[in-house]
Ligand binder design. Structure first.
Ligand SMILES: [Zn+2]
Length: 386
């Protein structure tokens, strides 16, 4: 029975101990004492529900999804939802159809949980870095076409609720087991609340593509992000790269929403985890990736199109830059996304009976030493092992 020894990151504490694995599952957890300074950090594997690329791979190219899955354990990722921003409509249908294979077939590396469609039912006014040519009005027929192609593998749909017909699309998607996120929106608070009533339960990268606070007659108004923070039924995605969301807003989110409503995402682009350089979106538009900064279009506008964050850097940022405890950061990167997709009985925590999907960091937390999926080593960095 394989045994891991180190500082175990449990949901609400860290302790030194042993973790046993049998038949791909965590079979026993044995606490042995207080954390040891020179021991590796053993965490539940990181789960990213929202990213567009990783390493040399685009998550928007279904032909390389399995290669990306094999790469993902290098950054501590054990499960993921490849995310597609709007592309020409026939390509979106083909993407969902082809990505289904990655979700259903046995493969090496991280688990592909199914597709996240960030669009195409997005309000042009809030498109952010999306290509406006490929946005579509909210349409039940279009949704049903996507559901048919996905055949149960569409996990997450991001939509602007102010579009005519959006509430019907939300309700229909939820009926088919799809998690619905609200985002890329300038909707009213009333629109937002109707979307929640229709079943939306998540917010796409809170604060990014959202409008600021309106002032009428010299009086500050309650704005959409305020309403989101105090609506307990929705979880909020946060990009913890230090650029997409100001540290003060992360603290505000934590105080208002609490740790367990925050889902850390990377929203990363192809090139994340690689050196600085110019890469291209799936529609061919080039962007510059600058590590420690963000990805920006090179068309002179400097529009942000995504991050160069990886989950293990997100963990470091959450703990070292934003002041979260290790268990809190871990929940944002594992337990909370698992729960969002109703997978908390399978993964997202170091708990007996769950999949042995485990990320091990070096004692200083800077390096992924080893990553296991279903108890099998999917990545091992011998240099980092101590
Ligand atoms: Zn995105």
């Amino acid at each position: 029975m394989p045994l891991l020894t180190g500082n175990l990151v449990l949901p609400y504490e860290v302790c030194f101990g042993e973790l046993a694995i049998a038949d791909g599952l965590i079979s026993a957890i044995t606490p042995l004492g207080t954390p040891q300074p020179d021991a590796p950090l053993i965490l539940p594997g990181f789960i990213d529900l929202h990213f567009h690329g990783l390493g040399p791979y685009s998550a928007e190219d279904p032909r390389t999804l399995l290669d990306m899955a094999a790469f993902a354990p290098q950054v501590g990722m054990t499960s993921f939802c490849p995310t597609l921003a709007p592309t020409p409509w026939p390509d979106q249908l083909a993407y969902v159809r082809q990505a289904k294979e990655a979700a259903l077939v046995q493969h090496a590396g991280a688990r592909c949980l199914g597709t996240h469609l960030e669009g195409p039912f997005i309000a042009p006014a809030a498109k952010g870095g999306m290509n406006e040519d490929f946005l579509r009005p909210a349409s039940l027929d279009d949704l049903r076409a996507l559901l048919r192609e996905a055949d149960g593998t569409l996990r997450l749909l991001t939509i602007s609720p102010e579009l005519p017909g959006a509430l019907d699309v939300i309700a229909e998607a939820v009926k088919h087991g799809v998690r619905v996120a609200i985002g890329h929106t300038h909707c009213t608070i009333d629109d937002f609340q109707k979307a929640v009533e229709a079943g939306a339960r998540q917010i796409c990268h809170l604060f990014d593509t959202f409008e600021g606070r309106p002032v009428h007659g010299g009086v500050s108004q309650t704005c959409l992000t305020d309403a989101i923070l105090i609506e307990d039924r929705v979880d909020v995605e946060i990009i913890p790269d230090g650029h997409h969301v100001q540290p003060g807003l992360i603290e505000l989110t934590h105080r208002a929403a609490g740790t367990d409503r925050i889902i850390a995402i990377t929203d990363a682009m192809m090139g994340a985890g690689l050196p600085d350089g110019v890469y291209a979106e799936s529609d061919g538009r080039p962007y510059r990736l600058t590590n420690g900064d963000v990805c920006r279009l090179t068309d002179g506008t400097g529009t942000i199109v995504g991050s160069c964050l990886t989950p293990h850097i997100a963990f470091q940022n959450l703990t070292k830059r934003f002041g979260f405890s290790i268990p809190e950061a871990s929940r944002m990167l594992s337990a909370n996304p698992a729960r969002a997709l109703s997978l908390h009985d399978q993964t997202g925590a170091l708990q007996e009976g769950l999949w042995a999907d485990i990320t091990i960091l070096s004692p200083d937390h800077t390096t992924v030493s080893r990553c296991l999926v279903s108890g099998k080593t999917a990545f091992a960095n011998d240099d980092a092992m101590t």
